[in-house]
Write a protein that binds this ligand. Sequence first.
Ligand code: PRX
Length: 635
Amino acid sequence: MSNYHIKHFEEYFQVYRKSINDPIAFWEEIAEEHFSWRKTWDNVLSWDFSKPEVKWFDGAQLNITENCIDRHLRNRGDKTAIIFEPNDPSEPAEHITYKQLHERVCKFANVLHDKGIKKGDRVCIYLPMIPELAISVLACARIGAIHSVVFAGFSSTALSTRIQDCDAKMVITADGGFRGAKTIDLKGIVDDALRDCPTVKSVLVAKRINSNIHMEPGRDEWLKPLLDDSYKDYTAEVMDAEDPLFILYTSGSTGKPKGMMHTTAGYMVYTAYTFKNVFQYREDDVYWCTADIGWITGHSYIIYGPLANGATTVMYEGVPSHPNYGRFWEIVQKHKVNQFYTAPTAIRALAKQGTEHLEKYDLSSLKVLGSVGEPINEEAWHWYNDNVGRKKCPIVDTWWQTETGGIMITPIPFSTPTKPTYATLPFIGIQPTLMNDEGEEITDNQVNGKLCIKFPWPSMARTIWGDHKRYKDTYFSAFENMYFTGDGAIRDEVGYYRITGRVDDVIIVSGHNLGTAPIEDAINEHPAVVESAVVGFPHDIKGNALYGFITLKETGETRDHENLRNEINMVITEHIGAIAKLDKVQFTEGLPKTRSGKIMRRILRKIASKDTDNLGDISTLLNPEVVASIKDNAV
Ligand code: PRX
């Protein structure tokens, strides 16, 4: 039996038990047998959740790109590493072999080096889903620079905040990006963002849309001539196991985004191991994850996990609906995709189109279907199972987070019996538990609790960049000696977990995490606004959508409300990005508050969800009279 590749349900239990009974021996064996190290570790694991401090494979030395690229060159040099599928179906796909990937990453690494980027420097990457995105990520890792990829749908203000937070020295971007029928002026957004970013000394620009852009002399340079002139080999920097690999920002329920910092060895081991098992990847398979590399799913399961296994990974530049809703299925047919990993929001949008598009394509290559990012509702699960997988492909509903680095609760396909809406069982090495509000572990079934993890796993984030206290307060303070996920969950009688959603003020819209506080801060910037509260409400495609309750300085009919709504959404788009726009806006006379002045979101959530039969006790509110009028005027 190989602990690295689990093929049966019994094997899962055996390996799981091993991983829990003796985690050190277990992870040591996985790390030793399946990765290449410049030097092995002195200590497999040391941890203390009260600090919190976690170290995996301490003392080891490695470079993750040697594991993702170099070690495959001998046997898989001519195998395709990345298939780039462009936005426009008439543009040919690009197949990048491991050899070519090696050369392109090395050339890019030389460019970074020549621009003065050194080990430990932060490089911000703001690119569309083109090969340069994966290559620049790997080039940073090759020279030991810490990449911070910012999703290219974020606004200039959001980009600027993220660049400033980690003091990035360089930004890598493109003249623009294609997204469906639209183009996005990425370089213009970068120029705006950089007005407040004195640490950025250079900007490298990939050419994608051939637009006429401003190039700042002394700062901006086109990437292509630099790459053309650069040498095709680059000796990988030797990194310590716990050296930072990347920072990736995620929304918090309060304040500015949290720069989750991931380190090298543990992240590599865990993402590779989960990839192999959760997707049951076999040597000649073609794997496709539809996420953007700007999110953790793209980091772990488009780049690092697949490449560490010598896999062929598809990168798609566009959207599911362009030029029509058959695009995903056309790509599956064209590249004979075996494993397909997407988000429930995409499944719901595709399901809404019926099966007409699906029927035009041959999907017989598919073996495993994945879901990630938010709870998958029963209807979407069945549509995916019946129509895309034709009841032959297990659905892996994978629960995890930016913070966890890799998949935590998931079925193992062909082993774990699946159950709609259940992420099922913990992955190898993961020790989840449910806690009640009294801080006790819940042992009963079907009781809603707060999902926590009791023991460290290799790919957990080590800190929030520049704010270790916030890391501790957010994740390690709610319950003693546990990592608190911020999610609620229940467990059924066989131990399967069902994630019920966030228990904090983070709302997941179309699979994207959005904190309410930053959106409210943006709304409050509008000169007509006194204060605001944003809550989620159920939406058939997005899962949740945003509802804003907003109090204006001037009330009554004197304001053009339609206009104001648009203006407020424009302010949000400017501060955060279009993903955070409000679907519904209600202007209110006031917001329900506790006597200490806290907005009672619970009541607003109920009103937004049209669940107003029982609003609970409102008599203790400071201003109970506003509730009736908010309820009567709900949109
Ligand atoms: O609430 C959970 C939800 O997404 C959150 C993490 O979001 P993010 O850091 O952006 O990472 C998304 C991709 C890993 C979680 O706290 N979530 C993620 N996967 C699932 C899920 N909720 C239910 N079921 C899932 N499979």
